[in-house]
Design a protein around this ligand. Sequence first.
Ligand SMILES: *[C@@H]1O[C@H](CO)[C@@H](O)[C@H](O)[C@H]1NC(C)=O
Ligand SMILES: *[C@@H]1O[C@H](CO)[C@@H](O)[C@H](O)[C@H]1NC(C)=O
Ligand SMILES: *[C@@H]1O[C@H](CO)[C@@H](O)[C@H](O)[C@H]1NC(C)=O
Length: 537
Amino acid sequence: MRLSPLFVLPLLVGAQVWKCDDQTTCSSCASVSHYLGQEALTDSSSDTPLGTQLVGCKWCLKDSTCHADGSLFNPCSSSESIEYVDICPTSYPPSPPEFLPDWMSAVSGVIGNLTLLDLSLPGTHDSLTYDLSTTISDGGIDDYPELSKVLHLFSGSVDIIPGQIEDFIRQQARTQGMTITEQLDNGIRFIDFRTMKEKDDWYSLHMLESNEKSTTYLKEIRDWMESHPGEIVVLWMTKHGNGGAVGDDAYPGVSVEDKRAFWGQVEEIFDGLMLDTSVSQINVTTIDELVSRNHRVVVYAGDYVEFSNSSKFAIDGALIDNRLGSSVDDEENAYASEVDMFTNAASIKREDKASQKLLLRSMATSSPDFQVEAVAFMKFDPFASDEDQTKKCTDGFGIPSLNSWCPPTLMDIAQMGVYYKQLTLDLAYSKFDEGWEFPNAIYLDALDYDGRIRTGTTLPWGTIKDDDVEDHRLDNYPYADTLIGFNVKLACRMGGGNEGLCKSLLDMIEQRREVGGLVSRWDDTKYGRSSDWPVSS
Ligand SMILES: *[C@@H]1O[C@H](CO)[C@@H](O)[C@H](O)[C@H]1NC(C)=O
Ligand SMILES: *[C@@H]1O[C@H](CO)[C@@H](O)[C@H](O)[C@H]1NC(C)=O
Ligand SMILES: *[C@@H]1O[C@H](CO)[C@@H](O)[C@H](O)[C@H]1NC(C)=O
């Protein structure tokens, strides 16, 4: 039986205050209401279940206190109050790490004579999803039938607070905790910049619109480039990560005029910093020359002709040789295809370079349909069986150590995903002398501080799983340093720098990799971490 909101209101107040007072962190506070779902409502005199209610608490940053919904003691306005756990502040250290903010210039003594298409850039997938709003993007969930279904099935239900479904979708859309500036500071040089014209302007997106207009993030990148004069950044600009799509397939319903007007803004923002393809060729021009010409922003634009008006300041997005592979819900095949990629990367890159193509490898994931459906039913349908839904979800992943937990958010999947990605990244690095190489760029999820990827179970916004393997909550793998180390090794093999410089740089990078810990594997039979699957060490 469903109760009308009016009927449960008098009972709600007492329960809320009690629950909220107990919470001492943003993450636990914002979880009480909207993430743990519905609390059973019982008549205290008889213990008879009366139905369900939503228990709501909000975190206020001003007094670091958890307040009941609508509390008069909350000094934060309703827009300042944090209602959803995924927008709690992240806890990365406040200042940039050593070395990574200027890594290209720090190793320019060895990579200076290489071209951009000789390098392997650490990248992020869906780079701007750290800042999604709760507004569904125009056509943004067309490619996600399961989420459209959830939206239609449950929105309007009396038990659901306005915005709750949208926040649920956001939690299936967010792959990164770090801001774009933090990503650049942490060594990322390949940005998966998604953008789309919405009603009034261009926003970034992943199902939902970004909070800010796309130009805001572009200006942030510009500012960062100004203060890091030796760094080169590649922006891959598309709506949906499909560099070959053109016209309406690329930007549905957007006019050529609107595309070119936006591109005009891009050129304006990066004025003086863009690669000018009439002067520099990315497969010929050296890194040193790109830097000295200030050709440091390289944009691969999807729908090149319509979007950029065939601008000399852009490269056709169709020249991204994007290799997808499987993701973590098919991890045995993912592992095999990553091994295949890294053993063949050298020869593929050689071919790609001749036609100015950039070899890109996805090591990312998205929310699989079976997981979205399972978590949606568990969260929004009081009559769904958690056991049945969890089984459907864990069967879908097929990870032997994932038995009783359905990852509730994309970030949970992402961190479990990179737990497995570290294996092939490290293998490829260790097999450099046997000819294994990285592609020109990799993009993946769950970037962590110091250019690492978080393989542990604690989410960036602080949600701890208290029944996990405690020692490994914040484990991570040195993603950026591994790729940078590879670049240095490759440059040195190609004759860059001298022996002494090569050795000192490699020693320094190896030390950085080791200080934070290399591959870390453990067995957590609830949270899907296995020490001997899909391969043993
Ligand atoms: C597109 O390029 C053509 C040829 O260079 C130029 O004449 C035209 O003004 C450009 N249009 C826009 C909107 O920039
Ligand atoms: C660079 O690209 C151009 C155009 O695709 C090609 O003609 C040339 O051979 C390439 N150069 C190298 C060094 O790969
Ligand atoms: C690049 O090549 C030039 C000319 O051969 C050489 O003087 C310089 O040391 C090289 N730089 C690097 C970083 O290898």
